[in-house]
Ligand binder design. Structure first.
Ligand code: ADP
Ligand code: MG
Length: 730
């Protein structure tokens, strides 16, 4: 039996203040313990010989593999470092397509055949493992005879120590693949996309600066989340099983007054944040910003940006740490994109840019016009890439939970458009007009570009309704959902921009071969892109109905549900893109698509079943009890001979309640039939579509009935924790 609503409320009222404002924060400055649980450069220098250290560093930078002997040396250093920190176990840490992380712990401790007890960890164990992966989603990539998945060390993300209570585990970031090397995770495609964009971007950078030999993409995520009390969480089966409230009448006060956003942080939440930040800092996650968000009980934290692969790992790790730290504070974190109807959902903005080994941000306007030509090159190529592959970018953030945000008039619309602000719009407009056919307007444009450094000022008034916005020196991908692995949209960004840069390079070289000077050639291609991609640029209100119409006229797609959006992964143009870039093989892509469809189906199955149980086991019985009370009351009043007018209200309530009970029950029956029918659809994509179009609308109808009953039924008879109790945490 789950905790009752009143049990939960009692528990909360009886808690001591000390229990609630629990803090255990070190006195030291952050700089004294930042990264203390990471096998970073400092730790490596201490535990590895200079030779081994250099070998690891150059392997990371050149994608070259370490030899078996070299891996042994690194493993030995890692083991000594970990054991000096009290670590007993190690695990390969990976990111299967479930969306969260996975680990299987093994002890360093071992017994040799002759009975010796040893602590062991060698290069082989560091480099590769075979966790029994047969239960992870694989979309048919693994036939049963090769059901195992293999994890392989990714030296570009440093190993770290994860502390749970007193236990400490050495975690080794890995990729997860089949026996044949096909990816079963988010990481391998991401790493491939990074190599691809680097290979494409370096030659383009060399148009401007021959010292550039490396280009990395950077990611700064912003994580939104809700906090609820643990007792209330445990009293809501829907929160426990699905991460969101499937039912619940909106609180009369929600976010209308805008009094939560950037408001003062409640003490209990503040204690949680500080504790969380400390854990993050020990793990080398550079979190810096914390504040209240728009929804009551909603918060955000953001780090300094990092190289994308590391930033992805850090966000995955963060989500795990958030859950664990919350438990210490008798709280639960809701990372779901839409835990509560009627208030804002949670997103995870992905700020994306590209940086060179010479320390330049390629999306940062330079100090002089010529450097701004470089800026403009990367800026316009990114827009062109998004224009060509908007559907794919949309697909990369599609999930059952994110469907509650995108297009729901609070979060970015499901239509992808690019916001760039006034100044840059003017620049692109002048480029479009141009001076004359053969790019003779370069000087004039360069002059215009000299005005770009004012950009950050211009962008202070940012358009919050845009799903993809340029914010001064990076693009901000706002469609990503709060619970999502950032690797999915990052892989797509890297791949589409990589492809675009390759095309750009080829076009510029072709013009040069015809005798054009380099600047003129670059300018001519940019100008063509500005013209071609114009339809994707939109500065207006992305939430408005007019935009939906205009977007359709412009030929932009609008796919508010996941099964429709996911189709973009397997379209002809996506397949070509993935195969030429090598980011996915055809087999991997089909498998990835299937897993995404399956994830959608499973989420909806769990939600619809949980909803049925709640309505049948909690809501209808409560309504019936109150119905009986009303009926008895009417009966007694009638019995003592009172006039009908004295029990009119009771009768009306009775009738209303009966109607809602009948409709709710009827909805459940229909939903059960629709789910059974959907489950019989042969292919995962058909099944997913049936859930989206047949089952989900019924869930909404049932909810309406249940929420009406919540309004009508006496408070003391109502079994579920109410919205006002859940959201206004003290
Ligand atoms: P806002 O909430 O206004 O969008 P924040 O300051 O919360 O702004 O977030 C900005 C995010 O952008 C931070 O996570 C920051 O690290 C990130 N960021 C800044 N510069 C870059 C860059 N060059 N590449 C990637 N991310 C960046
Ligand atoms: Mg932001």
């Amino acid at each position: 039996m789950s905790i009752s609503r009143f049990g939960a409320l009692d528990t909360i009222l009886n808690r001591s203040k000390d229990e609630l404002d629990y803090v255990d924060i070190p006195d030291a400055k952050i700089s004294e313990f930042f990264g203390c649980n990471v096998f970073n450069d400092a730790a490596m220098q201490k535990y590895l010989t200079p030779k081994a250290f250099n070998e690891v560093k150059s392997a990371i930078n050149s994608d070259e593999k370490l030899s078996r002997e070299q891996a042994d040396v690194v493993a030995d250093g890692m083991k000594r470092w970990a054991m000096d920190h009290g670590v007993t176990h190690y695990t390969h840490w990976f990111q299967p397509l479930t969306g969260r992380t996975a680990e299987k712990h093994d002890s360093f401790f071992t017994l040799t055949p002759d009975g010796q007890v040893l602590e062991e960890f060698d290069g082989d164990t560091l480099v590769q493992q075979e966790p029994d992966g047969s239960s992870f989603p694989g979309g048919g990539l693994r036939s049963t005879f090769e059901a195992r998945g293999y994890t392989a060390w990714d030296p570009s993300s440093p190993a770290f120590i994860f502390e749970v209570g007193e236990g400490k585990t050495l975690c080794i970031p890995t990729i997860f693949v089949t026996y044949g090397g096909d990816s079963l995770d988010y990481k391998l495609p991401l790493l491939k996309s990074q190599s691809y964009i680097e290979e494409a971007a370096v030659p383009v950078c060399q148009f401007f600066d021959s010292n550039v030999t490396q280009v990395k993409t950077t990611l700064g995520w912003e994580q939104e989340y809700f906090l609820v009390d643990e007792a209330m969480f445990n009293a809501r089966p829907d929160l426990m099983l699905t991460g969101r409230t499937l039912l619940g009448k909106h609180s009369t006060k929600g976010q209308q007054l805008d009094d939560h956003y950037f408001g003062s942080i409640p003490e209990r939440v503040f204690a949680y944040m500080r504790d969380l930040e400390t854990e993050c800092h020990k793990l080398g996650i550079p979190v810096r910003t914390r504040h209240n968000e728009v929804g009551p009980g909603q918060y955000e934290l953001a780090p300094m940006f990092e190289e994308t692969n590391l930033a992805v790992d850090h966000n995955q790790l963060l989500m795990d740490v958030m859950d664990r730290v919350a438990i210490r504070h008798k709280l639960r974190v809701l990372l779901h994109e839409k835990p509560f109807a009627g208030v804002n959902g949670s997103g995870k903005h992905n700020n994306w840019s590209m940086a060179t080994n010479t320390g330049k941000n390629l999306l940062s306007p330079g100090k002089n016009p010529r450097m701004n030509l470089r800026f403009l090159t990367f800026f316009v190529n990114t827009i062109q890439a998004v224009y060509n592959h908007a559907d794919l970018l949309r697909a990369s953030v599609a999930s059952a939970s994110n469907d509650h945000r995108l297009g729901a008039n609070e979060a970015p619309p499901a239509i992808i458009s690019v916001f760039i602000g006034d100044t840059l719009t003017k620049v692109l407009e002048s480029i479009e007009k141009g001076k004359d056919e053969d790019g003779g307007g370069v000087e004039e444009i360069l002059d215009l570009l000299s005005k770009i450094p004012n950009l950050e000022l211009d962008n202070t008034d940012r358009n919050r309704t845009s799903p993809f916005a340029f914010t001064g020196n990076k693009f901000e991908i706002r469609m990503a959902g709060s619970s999502m692995n950032c690797a999915a949209p990052m892989t797509i960004m890297n791949t589409i921009v990589g492809k675009q840069l390759k095309e750009f390079y080829a076009s510029v070289e072709a013009l040069k071969a015809e005798g054009k000077d380099q600047e003129g050639a670059i300018f001519e291609v940019i100008r063509q892109y500005v013209i071609d991609s114009k339809a994707i640029r939109f500065e207006g209100d992305g939430y408005s109905e007019e935009w939906k119409k205009e977007a359709a006229e412009r030929g932009l797609s609008n796919t508010p549900n996941t099964p429709d959006a996911l189709g973009a992964y397997i379209s002809k143009s996506s397949k070509d893109l993935f195969l030429t870039s090598g980011v996915f093989t055809e087999k991997e892509l089909d498998a990835h698509y299937e897993v995404m469809c399956e994830n959608y189906i499973l989420k909806l199955q769990i939600e619809s079943r949980t909803m049925s149980e709640m309505v049948i086991n909690h809501i209808i019985p409560a309504a019936i009890k109150y119905q009986t009370i009303l009926a008895e009351n009417v009966n007694s009043l009638m019995g003592i001979g009172l006039h009908e007018s004295t029990y009119n209200a009771q009768k009306e309530l009775l009738i209303e309640i009966s109607e809602h009970i009948n409709k709710a029950k009827d909805g459940i029956d229909k939903m059960s039939k629709a789910s059974k029918k959907a489950d019989k659809e042969g292919h995962a994509d058909k099944q997913a579509k049936a859930y989206a179009t047949k089952v989900k609308p019924l869930m909404e109808k049932i909810r309406e009935q249940a929420d009406e009953l919540e309004y009508l039924v006496e408070d003391s008879e109502w079994p579920l924790v109410k919205y006002r109790e859940l959201m206004f945490l003290r």
